[in-house]
Design a protein around this ligand. Structure first.
Ligand code: GDG
Length: 468
């Protein structure tokens, strides 16, 4: 089997047996462990100055070479904080109103992509396959081709891909899309994302569909596919048992005194719909007096990207909403909302999911949302909780039959659905849980990886002349 080179914005070496943070890291690690290879990207270090140091640090562990670079402050500001997170992230989550375009940042984004390719090039062998991840690296393949790298290169987008009228709010949209067409395989989380990409390429770049899976554009044939990222349900179930009898979970249960528990876990991000979620929880208390004093909602939201203004803003809004709701509804014996701004050990989170009656996962837009999948997998099989899930999460395509789907913009509708979730009888909960678990088991993380890599091996190879 040919060697695999994974490229992602951030590389964080994984130590087997230790709990890790999330889907991308686990999936990539697993793929690399099987095939051996290189994981290349930024190590998270920022050095003062205008230019990033050219040194590539290498570390071999578990058959994987972690090859990482540091970024200069100005590259970090332009490529990562500026264009990736200040422009692409909001637009791809359908929030152009929150985006901010700066030509210098875009130039920095392209420059860092090219610079990363130059650092990687000496490590690439003729048979290697390259698997590039996420919105930070849309022009990576084009830069590879310009540097003479002819290997098969696949790209997977972890976040949504916006429809054409939204995509076109990114000023250099055409250039970015042309650059994306240098990949041999482009993969998305959902069919809606795939369709949006294909529509743009066919309508604006003169692409022509070739069967169900290919588009021909500019003399190059790209394979396009849908690969919903998964989890390992058995592993989550094991993790969820680990802390079930720990002091923290026992104390939490005692403190609840038979009250029902609703849980949400999200990076603190405006795309996750936390304000709307708080509002709907308050509507529940207004509309259904029977729940007052009887339900506690725990929102865990570890801060993220706090050097981007929009993230500081959403944090202030959430603090104020949480204070207002608790001020209005708490009494001496009950605090309705516990809003916690810190991160927890992964197995603690899974035990918390297991201890709760409702998983409340309502992003305004999300590529997939692994929390929704983890919530289901962590449930006690004989007495599972209910998943309330936004119809705008990629996970709704797979879990729509078992979860209670909501529109996060409809506070009254969400409040009614919460009431239904909190009072759902056991047979219906069992039925929904079993259906969802079967789906998660079938579409697990290995399947995501294997389908992507199989399709990459079958994608039409880049012809040297056409690619330059
Ligand atoms: C992007 C896309 C797509 C959260 N808090 C803690 C913690 N987490 C873990 C969760 C989950 C992961 O982080 C978050 O994954 P999500 O999928 O929910 O969201 P994003 O971070 O936005 O991820 C998303 C994903 O990529 C994969 O393709 O699904 O749509 O936006 O695993 O459990 N983990 C620990 N402590 C925390 O406090 N240990």
């Amino acid at each position: 089997m040919s060697r695999l080179i994974v490229v992602s914005n951030r590389v964080a070496p994984i130590v087997e047996g230790k709990p890790t943070a999330g889907g991308l890291a686990v999936g990539v690690f697993d793929a690399l462990k099987q095939t051996g290879g290189v994981w290349f990207g930024w190590n998270g270090d920022i050095v003062e100055g205008a230019t990033s140091p050219d040194t590539v640090q290498r570390e071999l562990r578990d058959n994987i070479t972690y090859a990482t670079v540091a970024l200069s402050r100005s590259d970090y500001d332009q490529y990562y904080r500026g264009f990736s997170n200040g422009m692409l992230w909001p637009v791809f989550h359908y929030r152009p109103d929150l985006s901010r375009y700066d030509r210098r940042e875009y130039a920095g984004y392209c420059r860092v992509n090219q610079w990363l390719v130059d650092r990687l090039k000496p490590m690439v062998q003729p048979d290697d396959r390259l698997w590039v991840h996420d919105y930070h690296l849309l022009p990576f393949a084009r830069a590879c081709r310009q540097a003479g790298i002819r290997n098969r290169i696949g790209f997977f987008l972890h976040i949504p891909f916006p429809v054409e009228p939204v995509m076109t709010t990114v000023p250099p949209h055409r250039e970015l899309m042309e650059a994306m067409c240098a990949y041999d395989l482009v993969g998305f989380q959902t069919d809606a994302d795939r369709r949006a990409f294909v529509d743009y390429v066919c309508r604006r770049l003169g692409g022509v569909r070739r069967g169900d899976h290919h588009i021909e554009v500019g003399g190059h044939c790209i394979r396009v596919g849908v690969y919903p990222i998964g989890i390992y349900p058995d592993e989550i179930q094991q993790l969820s048992l680990k802390h079930s009898r720990s002091r923290q979970i026992t104390n939490l249960k005692q403190g609840l005194q038979q009250r029902r528990l609703m849980v949400s876990v999200d990076r603190l991000d405006y795309s996750k719909g936390m304000i709307e979620r708080f509002t709907a929880f308050e509507r529940l208390l207004e509309m259904t007096p029977a729940h007052r004093g009887q339900v506690t909602f725990v929102q865990i939201a570890p801060p993220s990207r706090s050097d981007v203004e929009q993230y500081r803003q959403i944090r202030r809004q959430l603090e104020s909403a949480a204070g207002r709701i608790n001020g209005r509804w708490s009494d001496l014996a009950w605090t309705p909302l516990r809003y916690i701004n810190k991160s927890y050990d992964r197995s603690m989170l899974m035990s918390l999911f297991r201890a709760s009656q409702v998983g409340y996962v309502t992003p305004l837009r999300d590529g997939m949302n692994l929390v929704a999948k983890e919530y289901v997998a962590a449930q006690p099989p004989e007495d599972p909780g209910v998943l309330v899930l936004s119809e705008f999460a990629g996970a709704a395509e797979e879990l729509g039959d078992g979860a209670l789907l909501v529109n996060p913009y409809d506070a009254d509708g969400m409040a009614e659905t919460l009431d239904r979730a909190l009072t759902m009888p056991l047979p219906e909960r069992l039925d929904r849980y079993r259906g969802m678990l079967a789906r998660l088991t079938e579409n697990n993380l290995s399947r995501w990886r294997d389908r992507f890599l199989d399709d990459l091996s079958e994608a039409p190879a880049t012809a040297p002349a056409a690619a330059a």
